[in-house]
Design a protein around this ligand. Structure first.
Ligand code: AMP
Length: 556
C-alpha cells in the first residue's frame, strides 16, 4: 500500500510537498506590496484600503508602537472584532518582530487577566467602548500601554445590526489607533531580520488540567499553513475573502486574514458576525471564498431572504472547528447551490491541516455516520496511533497525531505541557480518528473532555471551577449535550452542600459573572449525587452518555 495514499486525492494544482521560501510573513507581504500596490487589500462596508495604504499605515503604526517601547519578541494583546484595524495591528507588530496575543472579545475580567499575566503582554490594542472595564482588569499587570480604536472607523455606513451604537468614546491614555497612524505617517520602523522561528501569534487554549496554554504560532507555521491551504483552495489573484470566522480565533487569524493579506486577494471584514450582513457582503463584494463555523452557516440558512444570488460569486466554501452533520451540507447545497467542504485544524496547528480536497465531496464513515474531515494537506506528517504511540492499521481507531511545519514548536513558557502534548514535536491531538485506505480521516471519538459549542471550545474544568465558587455548591461536573444548532451545548450538574440551597437560574447567573457567555451552562441540573469511580473521581462520561441515571435520583 502507498505510504501516503491521500496524495492521490489531491486537487490537480496541489504538489505533494511544498517549499516554503519566505523567511517571514513580512517578506511575503513585501512581495505583495511590490507586485500590486494599487490593488484593494481591505474592505469594510463602504470603506476600502489599497495594498499601498495598508503598507504605509502599518509602517506608521509600527513606528507608534516603537515609540511606546515595543520591539522584537514583545507580546501585545489584540482585543478586537473583525475590523480593518485587526489586520493593521497584525502587520505592524510583525514588522517589528513582535507577537500578537490574540484575545477572544467575549473574555471578561479574570479570563482576560490570566492570559495577560501568563503571556507577560506589555501593550494592548482594544475597542474604545469597553475601555474602562478593560483598564480595570489590567490594573497592576505587565501591560504598560493601551491604544484604543473605534469599530466605526474606516467606514461610514454605521449598520445598526453590527454596531451597538454610533457613539464614539474617549480614547485610551496612549492614544487612538487612527490618530497614531496620522501622527506617525511617513515614519517607518527599522527593518528586523525575522526568521521562520519568530512567534507571530500567541493563541491560547485551555486544557483538561492547569492554566491556559499559549500556542506559539511562528512565522514559519503561518507561512506553511497559508501556502498549503491557498494551493488547496486554488486561491488566485482577484479572489475575494470574507472573514466569517472571528479573527481572534486561529481560523480567522490565519486562513481568513493572513492568507488574504499574503495572496493577491481582497479581505472583506464586517465587524462581529451577523448572518444578514454577511450575505449582503457576499453579494456586494462578489466574495469567492470564505471559511467559518457550521453554526455561522446554519445562521445564514435561517435568514428567510437568503438566496442563491447571495452565493452567486462563491467559488469555495469551507467550514471547520466542529463536526458537520452530512444533512446540513445537503440542505445548504439544495438551497444555495454551494457545497460546504469540511476542514480540520487546531490552535496548535495554526488552523487548517486536514481538509476535503476542493471540488471533491467528503465520504461518510459507514459504521459511525461521521462525515470525513478530509485528507492531510502537503507537508503534514499524519498518523493514527495507539496509546503507546504506535501507528494503527488503516480502518482502525486510534488518536490522531500530527507533525510537520504546521505544528507549533510549543506552549509559551510551558516546557512540561509542551513535552506531554507534543512529545518529539509530534502533536497528540486528543481526537479519536480512523483513516481509511484512501487516506480519508474521520473523527469518530473524543479522547478529551472538551465541549465544542459552535466551534468555540469549552473545557469543563473551568466552568466547574466557576460553579465551585458558589457557596452552596458541594460538587459540580460539566459536560456537552447534543444540540441541533450549536453542535453541543454546555450542561452543568451540581450537588449542594447539606443544608444549602440554590436555584438553577441563580447558578447560571453566577457563572455569567465569571465566564464568557458561550462557556456558561444553558442548563444546570441540581442532583443528589454525582456519578463517581471507585476512587472517587467524577465520571463525566456517565453524565454525557446517560444523564437520566442521575436525573432520576431525587435530590435530598
Ligand atoms: P481549536 O484549538 O479551538 O481550533 O480546536 C481544535 C479542536 O476542534 C480539534 O482538536 C477538534 O476536536 C475540533 N475540530 C476542529 N475541526 C473540526 C472538524 N472539521 N470536525 C470536527 N471537529 C473539529
Amino acid at each position: 500500500m502507498a505510504e501516503h495514499p491521500w496524495t492521490a486525492l489531491y486537487p490537480e494544482q496541489v504538489p505533494v510537498t511544498m517549499q516554503i521560501s519566505h523567511r517571514s510573513l513580512i517578506d511575503a507581504w513585501k512581495e505583495r506590496v511590490a507586485r500590486t500596490p494599487q490593488a484593494p487589500a481591505l474592505a469594510y462596508f463602504d470603506g476600502m484600503r489599497t495594498v499601498r495604504q495598508v503598507d504605509d499605515e502599518t509602517d506608521a503604526l509600527a513606528a507608534a508602537f516603537v515609540s511606546l517601547g515595543t520591539g522584537r519578541g514583545d507580546r501585545v494583546g489584540v482585543y478586537l472584532q473583525n475590523v480593518p484595524q485587526y489586520a493593521l495591528v497584525l502587520l505592524a507588530l510583525w514588522k517589528l518582530g513582535a507577537t500578537a496575543l490574540v484575545l477572544n472579545q467575549m473574555y471578561r475580567g479574570r479570563e482576560l487577566r490570566r492570559l495577560i499575566d501568563d503571556s507577560g503582554a506589555t501593550g494592548m490594542v482594544c475597542t474604545d467602548g469597553g475601555l474602562t472595564e478593560t483598564g480595570q482588569t489590567l490594573e497592576g499587570s505587565t501591560v504598560r500601554w493601551m491604544v484604543s480604536t473605534s469599530p466605526l472607523d474606516y467606514q461610514t455606513r454605521n449598520d445598526a445590526r453590527v454596531f451597538a451604537s454610533t457613539e464614539r468614546f474617549a480614547s485610551a491614555s496612549d492614544g487612538d489607533l487612527c490618530e497614531l497612524v496620522d501622527r506617525f505617517r511617513g515614519s517607518r520602523p527599522d527593518a528586523v531580520d525575522l526568521t521562520q522561528d519568530d512567534v507571530a501569534l500567541l493563541a491560547y487554549t485551555s486544557g483538561t488540567t492547569g492554566p491556559p496554554k499559549g500556542a506559539m504560532n511562528t512565522h514559519g507555521n503561518l507561512l506553511a499553513v497559508t501556502a498549503t491551504y491557498a494551493a488547496w483552495v486554488d486561491l488566485q489573484p482577484g479572489d475575494v475573502v470574507f472573514a466569517t470566522a472571528p479573527l481572534f480565533h486561529i481560523t480567522g487569524a490565519v486562513i481568513n486574514a493572513t492568507i488574504a493579506l499574503l495572496h493577491d486577494t481582497l479581505l472583506v471584514l464586517a465587524n462581529r458576525f451577523h448572518p444578514e450582513v454577511a450575505i449582503e457582503a457576499f453579494a456586494e463584494h462578489r466574495v469567492t471564498f470564505t471559511i467559518g463555523s457550521i453554526t455561522a452557516f446554519n445562521a445564514i440558512y435561517q435568514v428567510p431572504h437568503a438566496s442563491r444570488e447571495h452565493f452567486a460569486s462563491m467559488r469555495a466554501l469551507y467550514s471547520g472547528g466542529a463536526p458537520i452533520p452530512p444533512a446540513t451540507i445537503e440542505r445548504f447545497r439544495e438551497r444555495f447551490g454551494v457545497y460546504i467542504h469540511n476542514v480540520y485544524g487546531m490552535t496548535e496547528t495554526s488552523s487548517a491541516v486536514i481538509a476535503v480536497p476542493f471540488g471533491t465531496e467528503a465520504p461518510v464513515h459507514e459504521a459511525s455516520g461521521t462525515l470525513s474531515i478530509g485528507v492531510p494537506l502537503p507537508n503534514l506528517a499524519t498518523r493514527v496511533v495507539d496509546p503507546h504511540g504506535e501507528p494503527v492499521p488503516y480502518g482502525e481507531q486510534g488518536e490522531l497525531e500530527l507533525g510537520g511545519p504546521q505544528v507549533v514548536p510549543g506552549y509559551w513558557n510551558k516546557p512540561e505541557a509542551t513535552a506531554s502534548t507534543m512529545p518529539g514535536g509530534r502533536l497528540r491531538t486528543g481526537d479519536g480518528a480512523i483513516m481509511d485506505e484512501q487516506g480519508w480521516v474521520y473523527l469518530v471519538d473524543r479522547l478529551k473532555d472538551q465541549i465544542n459549542t459552535s466551534g468555540y471550545k469549552v473545557w469543563p474544568r473551568e466552568v466547574e471551577d466557576a460553579l465551585y465558587e458558589h457557596p452552596a455548591v458541594h460538587e459540580s461536573a460539566v459536560v456537552g449535550h447534543p444540540d441541533d444548532y450549536r453542535g453541543e451545548t454546555v450542561v452543568g450538574y451540581v450537588s449542594l452542600k447539606s443544608g444549602a440551597s440554590a436555584t438553577e437560574a441563580e447558578l447560571i447567573a453566577f457563572t455569567r459573572e465569571r465566564l464568557a457567555a458561550y462557556k456558561c451552562p444553558r442548563v444546570v441540573h441540581i442532583v443528589a449525587d454525582l456519578p463517581k469511580t471507585q476512587t472517587g473521581k467524577i465520571r463525566r462520561n456517565v453524565l454525557r452518555e446517560s444523564p437520566d441515571t442521575v436525573l432520576d435520583t431525587p435530590t435530598a
